[in-house]
Design a protein around this ligand. Structure first.
Ligand code: SF4
Length: 132
């Protein structure tokens, strides 16, 4: 009878230890998973890039540099083509480029490659001489 009593006590002690172990490890795992979720949120928040606002550049007095009505995509195209409103290359200006669209009686023309005002004195990487 005593052996049976001790056996039951041993069994209960082992059973309670197992319950504490399982509950404790579950609690630790839960803390770790919460910590990893928090870390993941921090990492993803730090990876988010602030949206770039493209600010029109150039001379604010020059109407051909006014890009306030030009979309961000078109401004991006200008940048990719390295468009500048003052050509650094003598005799290679938008006014004598094959892709320039002159606007009579207006200070700015246009270009076949992108939308928005183009200075006749401008230039870009796609400058092409007028075919005669
Ligand atoms: S292709 Fe370049 S150089 Fe020619 S008109 Fe357009 S922006 Fe000016």
């Amino acid at each position: 009878m005593n052996e049976n009593k001790y056996a039951r006590r041993n069994f209960l002690q082992k059973y309670l230890k197992m319950v504490y172990l399982v509950a404790g490890s579950g609690f630790i795992l839960n803390l770790k998973s919460n910590a990893s979720v928090t870390e993941w949120k921090k990492m993803s928040a730090s990876k988010k890039q602030p949206t770039k606002k493209i600010v029109p550049q150039g001379d604010p007095e020059n109407p051909c540099d006014d890009l306030s009505k030009v979309s961000a995509d078109e401004i991006s195209k200008r940048k990719k083509l390295a468009y500048v409103s003052q050509s650094p290359v003598e005799n290679n200006q938008c006014r004598n480029c094959n892709l320039f669209i002159p606007a009579p009686d207006k200070p700015c023309g246009a270009c076949l490659l992108f939308k928005g005002p183009v200075s006749p004195e401008g230039h870009c990487a796609y400058w092409a001489p007028i075919n005669e």
